[in-house]
Design a protein around this ligand. Structure first.
Ligand code: AMP
Length: 437
């Protein structure tokens, strides 16, 4: 019997050899659903709207055909607009991997928090791809540091978030300076009137719209848990969740101040933690992400905006210490775990004050056919993957004054054994948690 080697699933796209080689090196064997639909459409030169939630492989869906265009048209460039520095860096990282077997298809990121001069020097080397936040790009354009005349492909990534962040005016300014003849790709996890009118402005009428799953649908690979608590019970609950989890944990809070205070609190208990929010410098944010990606810290506490571009594929657990203000953000947050088909857990703390917000989230989850978690107790949350599961909804008791078996004080030896405590237990005697002072 004669055997033939199985054809790579990407082969059917007839990509250029250096791209096939890179996909091989990246071990991308099979296109994700968004890649399956978007790559052939983009390769044809059509304008494309991609409605895909985060973690679906959308970066590769637009980078693969864009790199093809740039290799085929050596005088042309591409521009990717993104809402945050982190997302820009994440895309740059992927681009470098994807273009590792091609020469001269370099890219530059133009984001806030980095000196304009440094960026200008990089622009003088004629990069073929610019990845920029709208604000910083407009700063450069107003100074006439360069123009956008060679742009053949424009990508608006996370367009919904760019509008949420108030970049509408900058986007219009950039549009004015772009060549009319170009291909435009718009990716958005959510769809509403504002995104629709942005699409009308930027894309041609012949565009193709691709939807993967329901817009804003929560990834089915994420197990959602909702824990009833009150404001003063949240910190103890958080420590319990952290203690029960072996993998990495991303904790979302509502504001920069709360991010700092929760991270400081965890530090007092010796948890290896860092924080990510808009008030930190670019260097601090990059360090925090690097530590998290490399597993040097177990917990990253973050705000929504800062967490937008986190591409850490093996986050085991997302914890909503505070529920998000916008229902859509719930889906974005929990999409940080369970990425590219792996399973993950998302635990949300629910207080009485959150009920209105939670109802909006439930409405969205129902509308999109996503599973809706039922409120439960902290006992159930911890026992979710063990056997003892309570079925009825019970209010969590106010924090006990006496240390219990689950109290963090009693767990520090264990944490030390697991290697997640930085200081030795003996030295810890001096570090009293705030609640004990
Ligand atoms: P994204 O939605 O672009 O942020 O991608 C989510 C994650 O999936 C990233 O870590 C990608 O590297 C990974 N990924 C994307 N496409 C594929 C693929 N075809 N096979 C395996 N992993 C992929």
């Amino acid at each position: 019997m004669q055997y033939t080697l199985p054809m790579s699933y990407f082969e059917k796209f007839k990509l250029l050899a250096p791209i096939d080689q890179a996909l091989d090196a990246l071990q991308f064997k099979k296109p994700t659903p968004i890649q399956e639909k978007a790559i052939p459409a983009i390769l044809k030169g059509t304008d494309v709207i991609g409605n895909a939630q985060t973690g679906t492989g959308k970066t590769a869906a637009f980078c693969i055909p864009t790199l093809t265009t740039l290799l085929n048209q050596p005088t042309k460039t591409a521009l990717i607009l993104v809402p945050t520095r982190e997302l820009a860096i994440q895309i740059e990282k992927f681009w470098i991997e994807l273009s590792q077997f091609c020469t001269a298809v370099t890219c530059v990121t133009l984001v806030g928090g980095v000196p304009m001069d440094t960026q200008l020097k990089k622009m003088k080397k004629n990069p073929r791809l610019i990845i920029a936040t709208p604000g910083r790009l407009v700063d450069h354009l107003q100074l006439e540091n360069f123009d956008l005349k060679t742009v053949a492909v424009l990508i608006l990534d996370e367009a919904d978030r760019m509008l949420d962040m108030g970049f509408s005016a900058q986007l219009n300014e950039i549009l004015r300076l772009l060549p009319h003849k170009r291909q435009t790709l718009l990716f958005s996890a959510t769809w509403d009137g504002a995104v629709s009118s942005l699409a009308k402005k930027f894309l041609s009428n012949q565009m193709v719209r691709i939807t993967v799953g329901e817009v804003s649908q929560a990834a089915s690979s994420v197990g959602q848990i909702l824990v009833n608590t009150n404001e003063s019970g949240k910190r103890d609950l958080l420590l319990e969740e952290i203690n029960a989890e072996r993998g990495s944990i991303l904790v979302f809070t509502g504001t920069q101040v709360r991010t700092e205070s929760v991270a400081n609190y965890l530090e007092e208990y010796g948890v290896a933690v860092n924080r990510l929010h808009g008030g930190r410098t670019q260097g601090q944010r990059s360090t925090a992400l690097k530590q998290f990606r490399e597993g040097k810290i177990k917990v990253l506490v973050a705000t929504d905006v800062a967490a937008r571009g986190i591409d850490v594929s093996d986050i085991a657990h997302v914890i909503n210490f505070d529920l998000p203000q916008i229902a859509e953000d719930y889906v974005h947050r929990i999409g940080r775990t369970g990425r590219a088909g792996s399973s993950g857990r998302a635990t949300s703390f629910l207080t009485e004050q959150d009920l209105k917000r939670w109802n909006e989230i439930v409405e969205l989850l129902k509308k999109t056919g996503s599973p809706v978690p039922k409120p439960t107790t902290k006992k159930r949350a911890r026992a979710a993957n063990i056997e003892d599961v309570e079925s009825e909804m019970v209010q969590v008791q106010p924090k006990s004054k006496k240390p219990t078996r689950s109290h963090p004080q009693n767990r520090r030896e264990n944490l030390w054994e697991k290697g997640s405590v930085k200081v030795k237990p003996a030295e810890e005697q001096r570090i009293k948690p705030k609640t004990q002072r």
